[in-house]
Design a protein around this ligand. Sequence first.
Ligand code: UD1
Length: 412
Amino acid sequence: MKILCVVGARPNFMKVAPILAALERHNEALKSNPNAIGGEAIEHVLVHTGQHYDELMSGAFFSDLKLPAPDVHLGIGSGSHATQTAEIMSKFEIVLKKETPDVVVVVGDVNSTVACALTTAKISFDSRGSRPLVAHVEAGLRSFDRSMPEEINRIVTDQLSDLLFVTEKSGIDNLRIEGVSPTKIHFVGNTMIDSLLHFSDKADGSAILEKLRLRAKTRDGHAGAIHQYALLTLHRPSNVDDPDTLRNILAGLENLASCYPVIFPVHPRTRLRIREFGLKFPDGVAKGSGAGFILIEPLGYLDFVCLTKHSSLVVTDSGGIQEETTCLGVPCVTVRKNTERPITVDCGTNVIAGTESHRIDEAVQQQFGRKYADCRPLYWDGQAARRIVDVLARWHIADSRLPKALVVQPTT
Ligand code: UD1
C-alpha cells in the first residue's frame, strides 16, 4: 500500500509528523512479525505544497519535529484563495498521476487541505475511474461560521472524504447531521496532541524563557523561578485585516499588558497590518517582570510549546492553540465569536471572549493564572496516529486490496 501525506501550512506539520512516525513503526514491526494482521509494508510519500514557505513558518518546524524533507515540494507560495487553491490543484494532479497512491491523507482545514482533497476526489487513474481514497485527519469540526475560510475548507473536505478521522465527539455529531455514513467515521483522537505529548519534555530544553528574560538565574547560575507572563497570537483575517477589530482586541489586553509581559510572536500577515495601520506599541521591555507587549518573530515549535506550558494565560485566535492549552491545563482566552473545538470550552480551560475590548478584559481577569486539573479529552493520549495507521492497514486487508477501484457509496 502507498500513502501520500500532504502538508502545506504551519499547523499541518505537527499533525502529520506523528502519522509518518507511526507508519515507520508499522513497517518496523512487520520486519519482526511479517504475518501480523494488516501485515503489509506501507510506502509513504510526503508532499509539501509550499503554502507556507518562510523558514520561521515552515523550515523550523521540519527540524523541530524531526520531519523528513518532503519528497515533493510544489512551491506554491501566497496568493488569493482562488489562485492558491487552483495552483495547488494543478500541480498536485501531476504528482498524483506519477505516484498513484492508494490513499491521500490531508489534515486540518487550510487551503492545501481542500485543494488536495478535491484533486484526489476527481482524479481518474484508468477507464474504471480508479482513484485513491481521501482520508481527512481532524474531520467534523464546525464553527458554523461560513465567513471563515477554514469552515468552507472543512465542510468541502469532509464531504469529499472516504475516511474521516475525528478528534472530539462533536466531530462525529456534526458529520452524522451532514449525512456522512458512520462506516467512514473513526474517532481516533488528536495527532497534534500526539506531537505535543511527544515533544513536551524536549520543549523544556528550549532557551526561549532565558532569551526573553522570563526566567531568572540563581546566584550560582542555575535556572531560577519563571516570571508570570501571557502569550498572545493573532492571525485570523477577521481579526487582523480590519483596523477597528485589531485595535479593539489590543485595547482589551491593555490592562493585562500594564501588569505583565505579553509575549506576542507576530504572524507575517499581522506584522503587515500593524505596519499598514500605523499601530504603535509601548516599548515592551523583555526584562523579567517588565510589563508590556513584547513583539517577536514567529517561533519554532519547541520554543512555542515551552512558552505555552509556562504561561499564566494564552490569548489566541488559533484553533490548534485552544487544544494545546486544554491538554496542558493552561488557561486560554479565545478572541473569536465561536470555536469549532467545543471540547476545549467543556473542559473549562478555554473562554470564548469575542473581539470587544471589555469582554476580552473580563475574560483575561477571569482566566489569568488559573490552575486547571488534568482535563485531557478522550483519546488525547498520544496514540491517535497509531489508531489511524491501524485503521488504514486493516481497511486495506478487509477491502479486497483494490483500494483504487473502491466505489464510494452515496450517503443516505
Ligand atoms: C493559513 C491558514 C489558516 C491557518 C494559518 C496558520 C488558510 C485559508 N489559512 O492562514 O487556517 O490558521 O495558515 O498560520 O489556509 N506569509 C509569509 N510567509 C509565509 C506564509 C505566509 O510572509 O511563509 C504571509 C503572506 O503575506 C501571505 C500571508 O502571510 O499573504 C497569509 O498567508 P496565507 O497562507 O494566505 O494564510 P494564513 O493567514 O497564514
